[in-house]
Design a protein around this ligand. Structure first.
Ligand code: LLP
Length: 437
């Protein structure tokens, strides 16, 4: 079902999300407000996990927590039995704060610092995904210092770039992540890893894009990664245990996006992997994926208060809200599109086409260029859908605007899981040079 069709209407005539009247939420927590529906997050986690088990695969679903990282969310993911992918000391620290078990964490990044690597080794993360030649020596030295053997996987570039309904195949990816399958770099990295007894190579990893609705690019990835697994088995006598296909599963932002469960083709992906393994005489590897957006994207909405409505005759009408690029930079960065509804008039006919603008000092600070809505006025509350992923996690303090609060809702219950930033917090790290005093 489309996220904006999942809502209901309260007795007071307001939009209900996660069982909560959104106007009541706004009265209690203010706007802008991120709202995350726990039930939806849990359902998607279970959907991915059971798709994987149903296909007879061993392996794990790792939630890519760059999409949204908070202590409360890590708790939910932990309870659902998933693993997580972290990409920084900060994400790892937050996971530690949630007591997330180290063995269910994979650590990614094309330039992890030595301090971050040490932190990961000390916490005992289950796997560190090697992304460069330099990292091999640095990590092995840290592991030796800590007297540990570290399980590593290698991120490779399979020459597939997928986005929405398009994908391109190339021999050489022009991309900062991973090591090339076809230019000898990945093979060289395997050789380097094998020289370090502190490192145990357990798998291969690729991430081919984002907001993908097609299964073919994943099938091609399965073919290419198993080819490589076969070649290192033959030539370097190295047997891996798992293959990870990263994330990228698409969600619905607007009517233009396909309406499908993001885990719908996991079964076919597993089948494609194992068919390749059988044909190439390889064992059935553990199958891993790292969905980020698909787990939290549709579970989140953002509530804003309309402040001004400015008509530019013959051009467009700008409806300005109290948030914008600081809490959701995705339209500015990628031209991303969203769907909105008026919380206090959820059933009114959408007779107008309006530009939803933010409050930041940038002309490009737009959330939705052409939103279909009923007439808007100051004081209305607007809900933007599918903002659970890459909104809070990419928020900034531009214009020194505090980052909004986040509320977790679940069948009528609600609780704050991220407090609204205060002005005091904004200046917390400001200091002055001694000569200014
Ligand atoms: N695994 C790896 C190694 C990744 O690099 C990513 C995303 C994921 C998993 C999760 O991908 P997802 O399932 O969420 O598509 N800020 C952008 C998205 C950047 C994604 C980067 N890597 C956006 O707002 O669209």
């Amino acid at each position: 079902m489309k996220p904006w069709e999942k809502i209901s209407v309260s007795a007071a005539g307001n939009m209900v999300f996660g069982g909560c009247d959104c106007i009541e939420l706004v009265k209690e927590y203010g706007t802008p407000l991120y709202v995350l529906d726990e039930r939806v997050v849990r359902e998607v986690c279970r959907g991915f996990d059971s798709a994987l088990r149903g296909a007879g695969a061993q392996g794990r679903v790792y939630y890519a927590s760059k999409a949204l990282s908070t202590t409360a969310l890590y708790r939910i993911i932990e309870q659902e039995g998933l693993g997580i992918d972290v990409v920084s000391g900060g994400e790892l620290y937050t996971a530690q704060n949630a007591s997330f078990p180290g063995e269910r964490i994979v650590f990614h990044g094309n330039n992890k610092t030595p301090d971050e690597l040490r932190m990961a080794v000390e916490y005992g993360v289950g796997c560190i995904v090697i992304d460069s030649h330099e990292e091999i020596g640095t990590l092995a030295d840290i592991a030796r210092d800590c007297r540990k053997t570290v399980r590593v996987s290698l991120r490779v570039k399979p020459g597939i770039e997928a986005h929405t309904h398009e994908f391109v195949l190339t021999a050489i990816d022009d991309c900062k992540f991973g090591l090339g399958l076809y230019d000898g770099e990945a093979r060289l990295a395997v050789k380097e890893i094998l020289t370090r007894k502190e490192l145990k190579l357990i798998g291969l990893h690729c991430h081919i894009g984002s907001q993908i609705f097609e299964k073919e690019p994943f099938f091609i990835a399965a073919d290419r990664l198993t080819d490589f697994a076969l070649s290192i088995k033959k030539d370097l006598d190295t047997e891996i245990k798992e293959i990870s296909f990263g994330g990228g599963f698409g969600i619905m932002y607007t009517e233009k996006d396909a309406e499908a469960e993001p885990y719908e083709f996991i079964g076919e992906m597993v089948e494609a992997l194992y068919k390749n393994c059988d044909e190439k005489g390889l064992p059935h590897y553990d199958f891993c994926i790292e969905p980020g957006r698909a787990i939290v994207g549709e579970a989140g909405i953002t509530l804003y208060t309309v402040g001004t409505v400015k008509r530019v005759p013959g051009v467009r009408t700008y409806v300005s809200v109290d948030g914008g690029m600081g809490d959701n930079p995705r339209h500015m960065l990628y031209g991303s599109e969203y769907t909105a509804k008026l919380v206090n008039k959820p059933t009114a006919a959408a007779t107008e086409t309006l530009a939803i603008a933010g409050r930041y000092c940038e002309s490009g600070d737009i959330l939705i260029k052409e939103a279909k809505l009923p007439p808007c006025q100051a004081g209305d509350v607007l809900a933007v859908f599918s903002t659970g992923a890459y909104n809070y996690s990419m928020a900034s303090n531009y214009n020194r605007v505090p980052i909004p609060a986040m509320v977790l809702v679940n069948e009528g219950k609600h609780a704050q899981i991220v407090k609204r930033q205060s002005y005091e917090q904004l200046i917390e790290n400001d200091t002055m040079a001694p000569w200014q005093k």
